[in-house]
Write a protein that binds this ligand. Structure first.
Ligand SMILES: [Zn+2]
Length: 390
């Protein structure tokens, strides 16, 4: 690590931005941006694009993103480079501008400062992280300390699986040296995330034979009964020691209580800590066979995000961050989480990936979503110092 890094200069530079950071997060959170509303997300993209242009970033905006069935908000790629050439491979910063909150949420969950916190939809996950990244770039540019090219990629479909942004994320990751993800830090003490489980989603459809439950009971083969038996088997695939969980979370089936059910279904959430278990659980689910031979099973779905394993490259990044945090006067912990992020994609490509570098707070996807205002500056200083290393 270069010892020349001037943390005092970075601290005072970021400290001077504190009020602006809070105001920018408020402004961004007041633009509601649910993933499934292209026009709404694009209003948030517009705001950040304006900030980036004012900062002198090269801006590329990916438009017309769709998966054939649905259109998505734009993806924003922002690049900032040091004056000197040959500064090496870029650092990739990853964030998202979409939230899980529907239009109109602000009425019940207004953006307000109270008791040292800033509340509002999307402040913690992860509009504060976006503003922290913009702040880091601004301070490094103003102080002429930017010593490597930086790409900041902000996607608009993270909360719904990153289907259309994933190829862009992966392309940029492969051009980069390492990846920092601006997702919220782990509750309650703000640990950085060095491991995330992979996430899969499956649906099992059961087809039976319908019959009148009074007139013709024995002619029926109940899809509901078959599903009930299958759910026991599916739940049994959970292996807590390996960090593998299988949750049959939503079920449906049948039409009326006097009809032997012709169809039933279950939606299954799968979380995998180890890459080696991905194929194993997939094979087990594909290997399900009906107990009642007159019923048939059909499985759809698959793994959406591969696991982000705690690789040596990621650990090295974390150690660097923890050392810097100690010099800044606070203790930085690391954590693993069952939730996925776009860091899962970059880590699976072999890129050292450090996650949870955004705000400290609470209530992601919950009505008490908020960030700790006083933690913004120290965390943004640490992020700025990390961007400055390279
Ligand atoms: Zn997020």
């Amino acid at each position: 690590m270069p010892i020349s890094i001037d943390l005092d200069a970075l601290s005072s530079g970021v400290g001077a931005q504190k009020e602006r950071m809070v105001a920018d997060i408020e402004q961004l959170a007041r633009i509601e941006s649910p993933s499934d509303d292209k026009a709404a997300v694009n209003r948030a993209v517009d705001l950040v694009e304006g900030w980036a242009e004012a900062l002198g970033c090269r801006v590329k905006r990916y438009r017309n993103l769709n998966d054939g069935a649905q259109t998505f908000g734009d993806v924003l790629e922002l690049k900032l480079s040091p004056a000197r050439r040959n500064a090496g491979k870029p650092l990739l910063l990853l964030g998202h501008l979409d939230t899980v909150w529907a239009l109109g949420t602000l009425q019940a969950m207004p953006v307000v400062r109270r008791d040292g916190r800033l509340y509002g939809p999307g402040v913690y996950d992860m509009k504060a992280g976006v503003v922290m990244a913009m702040t880091a770039l601004r301070v490094l540019k103003e102080q002429e300390l930017l010593n490597r090219p930086v790409t900041l990629l902000l996607v608009s479909d993270e909360e719904i699986g990153s289907t259309v942004s994933r190829p862009i994320t992966e392309k940029l990751a492969l051009q980069s040296s390492e990846v920092y993800v601006l997702e919220p830090a782990q509750q309650p003490h703000g640990a950085y995330k060095t491991a995330r489980k992979g996430v899969g989603g499956y649906r099992l459809e059961v087809r039976g034979v319908a019959a009148h439950s009074g007139v013709d009971f024995t002619a029926g083969h109940s899809a509901v009964l078959e599903l009930a038996r299958q759910i026991e088997v599916i739940a049994g695939f959970t292996d807590l020691d390996r960090g593998l969980t299988v949750n049959p979370g939503v079920i449906g089936g049948g039409t009326r209580s006097n009809v032997i059910a012709e169809s039933a279904w279950v939606e299954i959430d799968v979380r995998v800590a180890r890459k080696a278990d991905v194929g194993r659980i997939e094979r087990k689910l594909r290997g399900l066979r009906p107990f009642d031979r007159k019923c048939s099973l059909q499985l759809t779905g698959g793994l959406n995000r591969p696991p982000m394993e705690r690789t040596p490259g990621t650990v090295a990044l974390f150690r660097r961050a923890a050392t810097l945090a100690a010099r800044l006067g606070f203790d930085l912990q690391e954590a693993a989480t069952g939730g996925g992020s776009d860091g899962n994609f970059t880590s699976a490509l072999g890129l050292p990936t450090l996650d949870g570098m955004g705000a400290i707070g609470q209530g992601a996807h919950a009505s008490d979503e908020s960030i700790l205002i006083d933690a913004l500056v120290p965390r943004a200083v640490l992020l700025t110092a990390m961007v400055n290393q390279g």
